[in-house]
Design a protein around this ligand. Structure first.
Ligand code: X15
Length: 265
């Protein structure tokens, strides 16, 4: 009786903390419908605008406040975070750039147009590479236009040589993100208000970890650019309270999610 009452009381005064995930604004490669991965494509003009008018605007409208930001070492992620923080007037926040949050390496598909690949190999094969949990694109070859640029990018200096990928599946990306997610989760449960600004596949990997989705379930998840996803955790038990909450116009989010799911033109 006393125990039940104590539990009821503790639930009433449950302390919670929020975490926000965001995919960067549209990149030049997203705009041109090219596989990007570890190529360091900049944001497009609309991507810069989106970071301001969609990502930051929705965070401000929801009155969200942050203590710390995580992004990858790729410039589309870092730049989006900078623009969002500037717009929110909190550029002073500590920002961690971690290579383990870099986009999944798309192997030799890097730089290829998704529609061209579908015309050449078929839509089923392209969707297998893109969304199957074990879909592994062929490793990047020295003849790939972006090979040397990727290998020599100083943004990847911290990557241990034996962990530098030549291609990655979703499974490999989920595993790579796992230790950094454990670190972030610990901080969230300590009360640190974290914003994560990363990439499509890395966001999906984090969604899988956070929501405990199966391999089949995560294959169906598509993440639009610049749309904040909010999670709330019970700081005592670590449990997720409710599901994900996407901030912004529902019709716009649906349209952009469908666009990401498709192969495009
Ligand atoms: O680099 C990429 O992701 P990003 O634009 O989120 O960094 C991929 O090319 C996204 O393509 P996908 O949606 O076919 O996985």
């Amino acid at each position: 009786m006393f125990k039940a009452l104590k539990e009821k009381l503790s639930n009433l005064i449950m302390k919670t903390n929020r975490l926000v995930l965001l995919r960067h604004g549209e990149s030049e490669f997203n705009l041109r419908n090219l596989f990007c991965g570890w190529h360091d494509a900049p944001l497009s003009a609309s991507g810069l605008e989106e970071a301001r008018t969609i990502a930051a605007a929705n965070l401000i409208a929801a009155k969200l406040v942050f203590d710390k930001v995580y992004c990858s070492t790729l410039s589309r992620s870092k730049r989006s975070a900078e623009v969002i923080l500037s717009e929110m007037k909190c550029s002073f926040l500590p920002t961690v750039s971690d290579w383990r949050l870099n986009e999944r390496h798309y192997g030799n598909l890097t730089g290829a147009n998704k529609r061209d690949m579908a015309n050449r190999y078929g839509e089923e094969q392209v969707q297998f590479w893109r969304r199957n949990y074990d879909g592994l694109p062929p490793p990047i070859e020295t003849s790939n236009k972006y090979f040397y640029h990727i290998c020599n990018n100083p943004a990847f200096q911290a990557v241990p040589i034996d962990q530098f990928p030549l291609t990655e599946s979703m499974r490999m990306c989920v595993d790579r993100v796992s230790p950094v997610w454990s670190e972030i989760r610990k901080e969230v449960l300590e009360g640190i208000r974290v914003l994560i600004v990363v990439h499509g596949t890395v966001t999906r990997a984090l969604v899988k970890h956070i929501e405990g989705l199966s391999e089949e379930q995560i294959e169906k998840v598509n993440i639009p650019n610049s749309v904040p996803i909010v999670y709330e955790f019970n700081m005592k038990t670590g449990e997720l309270i409710g599901g994900s909450k996407y901030l912004g116009d529902a019709k716009y989010i649906e349209k952009m999610t469908e666009k990401v799911a498709g192969i495009g033109n």
